[in-house]
Ligand binder design. Structure first.
Ligand code: CO
Length: 242
């Protein structure tokens, strides 16, 4: 399907606004209790609300003022190299189109609700951004090394997409794949899934599937812990450098 390559705000239809509002309200009802505080605060910092589809220009201004990160519009999910290369430039590749009302619960490719509602808020958090940029740097340095790319992909998957965080004695969610999915946000904190303390080595050697609810999630102690893990990751990767 042909997707927009830039956001033209006037092109959003009443259905687009209804989709955003429905998903936003449904997710916030769960996330108010289950999301990381930093995420919930960030939602306010970048001015998200149920009634307005975010305007990329405004979001980028607010992100730039905090971490110097921003969104860059792509029509569809980015190829690996493009995705990682933009991270090194402090840009997250995001789509600007929304699923239809009929696709509310099942979507094959990420849309703007996933990319923007799920990913953009924590781009206000410096430690999270530092870690994210480092993933991009590591991938770009070893683009021709499949083993390393696979391991960087797992680090990305189990943190940025499906990460949990320990907060005041409670486990909360922060991964974008959880934030933007109704079933995943119930499942992630339920007893049906395994929770494991974040551990660089184990994450790097954990396979995952993209077509099911996750069987296990890794729990970080804090975002600074994530940023500080980069040294250990780089050391682990050395073994695989050819
Ligand atoms: Co994502």
């Amino acid at each position: 399907m042909k997707r927009p390559t830039e956001q033209i705000y006037g092109n959003y239809s009443p259905e687009d606004f209804l989709v955003w509002k429905t998903l936003y309200n449904r997710q916030m009802a769960i996330l108010e209790k289950s999301a990381a505080n930093d995420y919930l605060n960030a939602i306010q910092q970048i001015n998200f609300s149920a009634d307005r589809i975010p305007d990329f220009m405004e979001v980028n201004k607010l992100l730039a003022a905090r971490t110097n990160w921003g969104l860059t519009t792509v029509p569809n999910i980015s190829p690996v190299k493009e995705f990682f290369e933009f991270l090194t430039k402090k840009k997250f590749t995001a789509t600007c189109w929304l699923r239809t009302m009929a696709q509310m619960d099942y979507l094959e490719e990420p849309d703007m609700f996933h990319d923007v509602f799920g990913h953009a808020p924590l781009l206000t958090n410096q430690s999270y951004c530092d870690f994210f940029k480092e993933l991009g740097e590591m991938a770009m340095q070893h683009l021709d090394n499949d083993e390393i790319i696979t391991m960087v992909g797992r680090l990305y998957w189990f943190t940025i997409e499906f990460g949990l965080i320990q907060e005041g004695g409670q486990t909360k969610v922060f991964g974008a794949g959880i934030m933007s999915s109704n079933s995943e946000s119930h499942h992630a904190l339920s007893n049906d899934s395994k929770k494991i303390s974040f551990n660089v080595k184990e994450v790097m050697h954990s396979d995952y599937r993209t077509d099911i609810l996750q069987e296990k999630y890794f729990v970080i102690d804090s975002f600074p812990q994530l940023a500080a893990s980069v040294g250990e990751i780089r050391k682990e990767l050395e073994v695989y450098i050819k």
